[in-house]
Ligand binder design. Sequence first.
Ligand code: GLC
Length: 579
Amino acid sequence: MTIAALNSREKEIPEFESLAFEQNGSAGKETDEELPNNKATRPPIIDRQKSCEPVLLHNMCLDLNSSTTSLQPVVHKPFENGSAETNNNHSPNFKSTLKNGPIPPSPTSVNLLREAWEALNRSRVYFRGYPIGTIAALDHSVDELNYNQVFIRDFVPSALAFLMDGKPDIVKNFLLKTIRLQSKEKRIDRYKLGEGAMPASFKVFHDSDKNYETLVADYGESAIGRVAPIDSGFWWIILLRAYTKSTGDSSLADNVECQTGMRLILSLCLSEGFDTFPTLLCADGSSMIDRRMGVYGYPIEIQSLFHMALKCAKTMLKGDDSEEGEYLIERIKRRLVALSFHVRSYFWLDFQQLNKIYRYKTEEYSHTAVNKFNVIPESLPEWLFDFMPTNGGYFIGNVSPARMDFRWFCLGNCLAILSSLATPEQATAIMDLIEERWNELVGVMPVKICYPAIEGHEWRIVTGCDPKNTSWSYHNGGSWPVLIWLLTAACIKTGRPQMARNAIELAEKHLSKDNWPEYYDGKYGRYVGKQARKQQTWSVAGYLVARKLLEDPSNLGMISLDEEKDVKPVLKRSVSWSK
Ligand code: GLC
């Protein structure tokens, strides 16, 4: 693998070049852990009032090509229990929240930003002299395992940072090279994977005898548990739209390879089977949480990604006047309607809905069943009753027959806001919940990948005694700096830049000092993760994207989508059968 020398020039690959182509560790035992300066009463880190009024979502989905991309100023409304003046003592820059305008970095951030850009540039991976991605981590102090590869999902924040910095070439190269990897034959033992499957990661193999470089991809055959990454194809489509939106250059998306690539990715997911739900069925470990964590069936992360990819593809796919092309677009539209309805109605949980489920009757067979999935109220976990605020809500982790996973997942909820899978009211409620549960979900290092951790016997059963995913570590309730970009984007879309700023400033206290770790452990994210890599590229890139979004909120347009006009509003559960 060739890694770029710092400051080497970005180049774009000529378009038509051919390719040969222990049971819990110490951090987990933190039941009595308290936040610093947060003794008995645990005062909130941020003020509880809304940072500012949510703006109309359609105002926030910006047309980057238009000259009027400035965001609508929003007027602050005092919060319910008191005036803003009496409650802003935790927030010295409160006035800056009066508008959803740019928030410039402080002098400390300027130094950090310089360090982060240097790290991101160092992480670039070159193929035949051209930058095509970024390495997962540049940590040589531990066994590299597969962290010396370019991961599709990990490159997304890097790509957004490059796009926001006006350097689209590396992104274009990445998109073109990875879509060519899709057409390789993919086998796990004797079983051939679907044509549309995209790799989880790839590396550059240098044959020193022939002095020739090739790309070697992993489609899941080298991954823990041999699971194919369902998220890769979705991220690829989302990134193609971000590239198109940011550069205004639609020739890449229009190119035959990209059109075919999109079609193959989506045909895999839209094919008909035995499913009774419009959500996408998947195996455990097929996305960012790539180890057994009970994230199988219909996890919210995959549903949000699926929804966003469908919407992005709809804006880029060309029917080409062919029956097949038009039919695919039609199927995308229909699936979007059904998927939005299903997630908005059945994944949504707030105080009222929780109370309804608590009082559910079971064994209802007919079309009029209220408890459609036969959820047994006794399966409601105890922590949920305390966690659920009176105001606020979220999309739960999973809905399948007699099984609701009530954990809160960051990625699925933030992406749902960005793609407008969440209605404007739901988006507001998701952000309300994050504000209400700031200590639990953000703590001292943003953001929890999921909440809460699985412990004890449940941990043994669900993770299969995974020593890396002990309670409050890694995928099991760990805190992941990369997620700051998603939180920031969701904050900006819902008109709460001050909330994002609070989160970013928390991260700034630790990230450079701790050498940009992959994740943090502990209930409040106070410990550098047990096996966390240092110099983890997406931790660096996530921070850069968050700062870029705050400085120039018009960047949001790359990763935000308007609400669908043809999606009907949420229907009452009991009447959905007849609609
Ligand atoms: C770990 C993470 C995965 C990430 C990879 C590379 O396997 O679980 O989400 O893509 O590391 O950073």
